[in-house]
Design a protein around this ligand. Structure first.
Ligand code: ZN
Length: 441
């Protein structure tokens, strides 16, 4: 694919005519998108973090390094373009789809007998890597469920930065000026990079061509209000070019401004709605059913709720301001799940009746209610294979009703578990269809 073909595809993406999957397939195998003479964005697919390479008189500056799956491709594209040593690497944040390739750069430098790249990141990247070391098994489990890939193994031995900063850092490398600014959004360790002489913004995962991933159910705290604030700071720079963390480069101040403005506005809306209800003393459950992202934003090709779900973002906003208690006093000191389920099943006239009602609700599209009732039935009679079969069927319906990849993958995990318990056999465990593969974090 040449640049003209790429840009034609971009226009179709921008208008909503083409889906991101088409772009992702077009750049699979690696694509260098030139931005003037001395900068390229390296794409290896939507699901894998972009890298940006900048030529300087001192050597190359690389912003992000590629995913475990595609880092060698990223390096090959870089070397096609320029063979100079990598002088400096900047991590936009510590997620492994952006940092993993650093080990390849170290190995390359060692093989050439030149200095390893000097790696710079926000201070919290070090804290993140320490946390990763402490929770390796948990991360494997969570990621396997988030992406519906049983057996997923989270990598270890994260390449630490050589230099950290706190709020902002100005760099002059080989005659080129770079300004690093810290913000919180998807993570607490994020950096966006600004090249003032080129009006070039490298946003990291503050911009990812999908609804902001600020709600992820199994991840540590995310920061919707800070994310919006960071987008506003970027907007104030009036960039002419934006290299996002994932997806294609956006050219031209009007379009860049629009993407930054819309991303900030939809997060601000969710935060304002949620906080107003929190200040009015409403419970989390009330708020989840009262707050919604404005539809006009969700229709934008760069804000589709295909990955995260705005409802999950509301939960992280609640948690950011109010901790874990959801405002339901029964949840403060809950009974064991089996004991509660036993009481309800007895009142309902038995587990089978609960399961049947759950099935009927699911058949009429009331999958939220159905999930509550079938979990009660399963908790009341954990060995009942018929209940598990109904449970598997209900989670299949929940999956079908779900637009977000993360929501679908989590339901898929429990659908598979229920199917295995419905017909206990070695083939049942972790068998079945595997879902879409993604590497966004
Ligand atoms: Zn990413």
């Amino acid at each position: 694919m040449d640049l003209a073909a790429h840009d034609q595809l971009f226009e179709r993406l921008w208008s909503g005519e083409a889906a991101m999957e088409e772009w992702s397939a077009a750049v699979a195998g690696g694509f260098a998108r030139s931005i003037g003479d001395d900068v390229i964005a390296i794409h290896t697919g939507y699901l894998f973090g972009n890298a940006t390479a900048i030529r300087t008189a001192a050597g190359l500056v690389l912003i992000d390094t590629g995913s475990r799956e595609t880092a060698s491709q990223t390096l090959a594209i870089l070397r096609d373009w320029d063979d100079a040593p990598v002088h400096t690497v900047i991590y936009t944040h510590g997620h492994i789809d952006h940092t993993w390739g650093a080990r390849l750069l170290d190995a390359e430098a060692d093989a050439r007998g030149v200095a390893r790249p000097h790696i710079i990141a926000h201070r919290n990247v070090l804290r993140r890597f320490a946390r990763y070391d402490a929770t390796a098994e948990l991360n494997s489990l969570v990621m396997g469920r988030q992406f519906n890939q049983p057996g997923y193994t989270f990598p270890g031995a994260h390449r630490r930065p050589d230099q950290i900063y706190d709020d902002a850092l100005g760099l002059a490398i080989g005659g080129r000026r770079l300004e690093l600014t810290h913000g919180r959004g998807e993570t607490d360790d994020a950096t966006f990079v600004w090249l003032p002489d080129r009006r070039l913004l490298i946003s990291g995962d503050f911009v990812i061509w999908v609804f902001p991933n600020a709600g992820n159910p199994r991840k540590v705290q995310r920061y919707a209000p800070d994310w919006a604030a960071a987008l506003r700071r970027m907007q104030a720079l009036e960039p002419a070019v934006l290299v996002p963390g994932h997806g294609p480069v956006i050219m031209g101040a009007p379009r860049v401004g629009q993407v930054l403005d819309d991303g900030a506005a939809v997060l601000e809306s969710l935060c304002e709605q949620t906080l107003a209800l929190m200040n009015a003393g409403r419970s989390l459950n009330d708020i989840l059913h009262a707050v919604a992202a404005p539809r006009e934003f969700l229709a934008k090709p760069y804000l589709l709720a295909k990955y995260d779900d705005p409802e999950f973002v509301v939960r992280h906003i609640w948690h950011l301001y109010a901790g874990w208690f959801d405002g339901n006093p029964a949840h403060l000191k809950p009974a064991p799940a089996g004991a509660l389920a036993g009481e309800i099943a007895a009142l309902a006239g038995g587990t089978a009746r609960l399961a049947r009602r759950a099935e009927l609700l699911a058949e009429t599209g009331q999958t939220r209610l159905a999930a509550h009732l079938i979990e009660l039935a399963a908790a009341a009679s954990p060995e009942d294979t018929a209940v598990q079969a109904t449970r598997a069927a209900i989670y299949a319906r929940c999956m079908a009703a779900e637009t977000s990849l993360i929501g679908r993958a989590i339901f898929a995990t429990y659908q598979r578990e229920a199917a295995a318990r419905a017909s206990p056999s070695p083939a049942g465990v972790d068998g079945g269809a595997s879902g879409p593969i993604s590497r966004l974090r």
